[in-house]
Ligand binder design. Structure first.
Ligand code: HEM
Length: 135
């Protein structure tokens, strides 16, 4: 029999929110993409942007190929622990997040070695929903 699937609380996942330690949630599954950041065809900024959050919406918006969806399994580490009073995980586009906050929190956190990302969080022009922070 396969070993039991590990579950992680949202609190645990949110601790892994940086390039050197990057977990993301997609469809209530937890992925450790730390080793994938430099290989991601969509760029490292895209993954750092959603580090420690629920990236389901972002992932779906890109329209990832079947290959990409298959490749995800390499990084799967367990499931998100869902409580009965489960609140949705924060996303990079959370309604309570203002563009200013994104600049200070999300972009600010990714400063080391990610200067390009500061100006262009998701390196794809197809992401029209990314809020553009104004100085
Ligand atoms: C384990 C998670 C992920 C895997 C395995 C993955 C894999 C890939 C792959 C293989 C591609 C090349 C195009 C394709 O085959 O679809 C790609 C492109 C891309 N990915 Fe991801 N990706 C992941 C998560 C994400 C997330 C969370 C985001 C957004 C925050 C993202 C943003 C992008 C973008 C912007 C592109 C470029 C699309 C384009 O060229 O138009 N990816 N990804």
């Amino acid at each position: 029999m396969a070993s039991e699937t590990k579950t992680y609380t949202l609190e645990e996942v949110t601790k892994h929110d940086k390039a050197q330690d990057c977990w993301i949630i997609i469809s209530n599954k937890v992925y450790d993409v730390t080793s994938f950041i430099d290989q991601h065809p969509g760029g490292r900024g895209a993954l750092i942007y959603v580090a420690g959050t629920d990236a389901t919406e972002n992932f779906e918006q890109v329209g990832h190929s079947e290959d990409a969806k298959g490749g995800m399994s390499h990084f799967y580490i367990g499931n998100l622990h869902l409580h009965s009073d489960h609140k949705p995980a924060p996303t990079a586009f959370s309604a309570t997040t203002t563009a200013t906050n994104i600049q200070q929190q999300e972009v600010g956190d990714a400063k080391s070695g990610d200067q390009d990302y500061k100006n262009n969080p998701i390196p794809s022009p197809s992401h029209s929903t990314i809020p553009q922070a104004q100085a």
